[in-house]
Design a protein. Structure first.
Length: 445
């Protein structure tokens, strides 16, 4: 598509800005000139030199995704409106949702409470149950394909049916493993025919990641190690899932015949939600959406927003500090004391300060400052979060208490500044000081 900003495709859809991109395609925010509404346009990207047969297969996959999604009419699945022709290439015209993905939320927060996970999981399970009723197996359920809307009702939607399997369909038939093996059912890794039970496992792995803060096979980094762990079914027992534990164990059992159906998963997630919240959930129906979580970080907004310039960020920082001082807000101070490992509080404070000085522009350096424990969520999620941050400004100097450094920063996330107090546990590994854990608390937004 070249430089598409402002360009109109199919005489109707004006492309505005890129929302996301990957190896096989890109998604653009666009405006439907006929119906006067925002939509999302998903284009196909082919590397230079792609063979004609491979290009045709890619086109068929785009059409496949459209046809599959069109079969599923559900409030918790992204709607396909049209397949537009752009110079002979198909472009999916989809429902636009101001949102961010569950993957982005987990990159920011690490893990969620069982109640939050149940609120997110129940509508996803409902959408998948509707898909299964139409003979569709999604095959790519993972945090990156779960959208959390920036709306008062906290709407959750499932997206990306690009590799879905439909009964009797050749394009979505079983074949080489696609996607992250950490979310793929063991029988799918072995090349078995896709079944609804495989989606149950994938959703279980996704909910496990959300509540535990790491993948089901631990912090394995190499694909080969994950595949071996999957073959051996070496799933790390859940420790933080609470009332979700029995359901997760059932969803992640190696025998697909022993897993619950997706409709059963939906009902059990709603039961967990009823147990873990004081409010009564809405009547049990497949298209129910979760209640808004008041403690959840505000989801990523993909709508165009006024750009926050460097000058305005400086102004925001000054106003923010002045307002806090005027209101009598004072940061909690900790006694500066050594941790008994020979590392001075000054050295620990310097590590925390440097970490935020290199971000968000230099994630490579920031990544090297983390221990394996702090890297448990994975590099992709780490990069995804910091790619969405425009700037970080230290506005509260570091306080040191033992191994913990507390520092206050103003984070410009998608043009929305928020003040975060961050606790970094800094440990000595050999001759290096590394960050072993990061805990963020939003104080003001």
């Amino acid at each position: 598509m070249g430089q598409p900003n402002g360009r109109v495709i199919a005489g109707r859809y004006r492309l505005t800005r890129k929302l996301a991109s990957g190896a096989m395609g890109a998604v653009w925010l666009a405006h439907d000139e006929v119906l006067n509404r925002a939509i999302a346009a998903k284009q196909m990207l082919l590397p230079p030199g792609t063979a004609d047969d491979e290009a045709e297969q890619a086109r068929q996959r785009v059409l496949h995704e459209a046809r599959v999604a069109a079969r599923i009419c559900h409030a918790n699945a992204i709607t396909i409106f049209d397949v537009a022709d752009d110079g002979g290439e198909p472009v999916l015209i989809m429902e636009y949702l101001s949102c961010r993905t569950l993957a982005h939320v987990l990159a920011e927060r690490g893990h969620l409470s069982p109640a939050e996970v149940a609120r997110i999981g129940a509508p996803v399970a409902a959408a998948l149950a509707a898909a299964h009723a139409q003979g569709v197996v999604h095959r790519d359920v993972k945090p990156a394909n779960i959208l959390l809307a920036d709306s008062p009702d906290g709407l959750v939607k499932l997206t990306d049916f690009g590799i879905a399997h439909v009964n009797g369909d050749v394009v979505g038939a079983a074949g080489p493993l696609i996607g992250s093996p950490a979310y793929v059912a063991p029988e799918s890794i072995r090349g078995a025919e896709p079944t609804p039970a495989a989606d149950v496992f994938s959703l279980g792995a996704t909910l496990y990641r959300a509540v535990e803060g790491h993948l089901i096979y631990g912090d394995l980094a190499k694909r080969a190690d994950v595949l071996q762990a999957a073959a051996d079914h070496r799933i790390v027992p859940p420790r933080h899932a609470g009332p979700l534990t029995p359901l997760l164990r059932a969803m992640l059992t190696p025998d697909p015949a022993q897993r619950p159906t997706m409709r059963e998963v939906h009902h059990r997630l709603r039961a967990v939600l009823a147990e873990t919240t004081s409010s009564t959930p809405a009547p049990d129906q497949p298209d129910s959406a979760p209640a808004r979580r008041p403690t959840r970080s505000r989801p990523r907004n993909r709508q165009p927003r006024t750009l926050v310039t460097t000058g305005s960020i400086v102004t925001i920082v000054l106003v923010f500090v002045l307002v806090m001082a005027t209101m009598g807000f004072q940061p909690e101070r900790k006694d500066v004391r050594a941790a008994g490992d020979g590392v001075s509080p000054t050295d620990r404070a310097a590590v925390a300060t440097r970490f935020y000085h290199v971000l968000p522009r230099d994630t490579d350096t920031a990544w090297t400052m983390l221990t394996p424990r702090a890297r448990a969520t994975g590099r992709a999620e780490f990069d995804a979060y910091w790619d969405s941050v425009g700037s970080v400004t230290i506005i509260e100097s570091a306080d040191v208490a033992g191994r913990t450094v507390t520092i206050g920063v103003l984070v410009d996330h998608e043009g929305r500044p928020s003040f975060q107090r961050t606790e970094l546990e800094i440990v000595k590994r050999g001759d290096k000081l590394l960050i072993d854990s990061i805990r963020r608390t939003t104080v003001r937004r």
